[in-house]
Design a protein around this ligand. Structure first.
Ligand SMILES: [Zn+2]
Length: 252
């Protein structure tokens, strides 16, 4: 199993969670600012199956400065860093101006290109709106990042189609298992197998039957089970496919 998206520094007992996750092929821990990007890299230094992403989350975009950029560039030089992110567009929280978010996206693209990293995109609009998805779709078409993943896929089929056309991957999180999300399961059944990934987004989005608990990397099993179920393949086959997809994309 592979967890392609976790925030290990936000877990209450990350070392214990990683002990339980020893059997996972890989865990990618994403940074959301300079300090958490450095923390992700520290986990990667201590655990052979952990890799790091270096980035400034869109909700942190107002904190961007040349100094922050320099810190992130320095961290990204490490060989255990495989992702530029978490990055993207967030219009849900009103935490940062759109122009600030676009400036960070441009920086993360530069980082991805110079260090040959995978861009990891977060996208979230206000309830009832798809403004962030449409803006990210346009941005992707214009800038064409060489390797990228749409993380914690939320069901926007237009964005998925554009992402796939541009060579991107789509990652499913624990919300795939939520009763109300039949539309996500429909999408998961229809997308091409060779572009599918699974993740936890730990400590967020715990899958059924762990709802109400803090999520952790080993719980990726439940999302993988759900994905296998909707695609009508065995757990082992789905595991093999998603492990191989992640290995090909992140080159671990
Ligand atoms: Zn995340």
């Amino acid at each position: 199993m592979t967890d392609t998206h976790a925030h290990l520094d936000r877990l209450e007992t990350p070392e214990a969670a990683l002990e339980r996750a020893r059997g996972l092929k890989a865990v990618l821990s994403l940074g959301t600012d300079a300090a958490s990007s450095a923390a992700a890299l520290e986990f990667a230094g201590r655990w052979p199956n952990v890799y790091a992403g270096v980035g400034l989350h869109p909700t942190e975009a107002e904190a961007f400065s040349e100094e922050v950029a320099e810190r992130l560039r320095a961290l990204a030089a490490h060989p255990r860093v495989r992702a530029s992110g978490e990055t993207g567009l967030d219009y849900y929280w009103d935490a940062a101006e759109r122009t600030a978010q676009l400036r960070v996206l441009a920086f993360q693209l530069e980082l991805a290109r110079t260090r040959d990293l995978v861009m990891v995109f977060h996208v979230r609009s206000k309830e009832g709106s798809d403004a962030a998805e449409r803006d990210l779709e346009a941005w992707l078409g214009e800038h064409r990042p060489p390797r990228f993943v749409l993380h914690a896929f939320g069901g926007d089929l237009r964005l998925a189609a554009t992402g796939l056309e541009l060579g991107g991957y789509v990652s499913f999180a624990g919300n795939l298992t939520y009763k109300k999300n039949a539309h996500l399961r429909e999408a998961a059944a229809a997308l091409p197998a060779e572009r599918l990934l699974v993740e936890t987004d730990s400590p967020y989005l715990p899958p059924v039957p762990k709802r109400g608990k803090k999520n952790e990397p080993v719980f990726v099993r439940y999302t993988l089970e759900a994905l296998a179920g909707v695609r009508g393949v065995s757990f082992e086959e789905m595991e093999r496919i998603t492990d191989e997809n992640a290995r090909r994309l992140f080159r671990w």
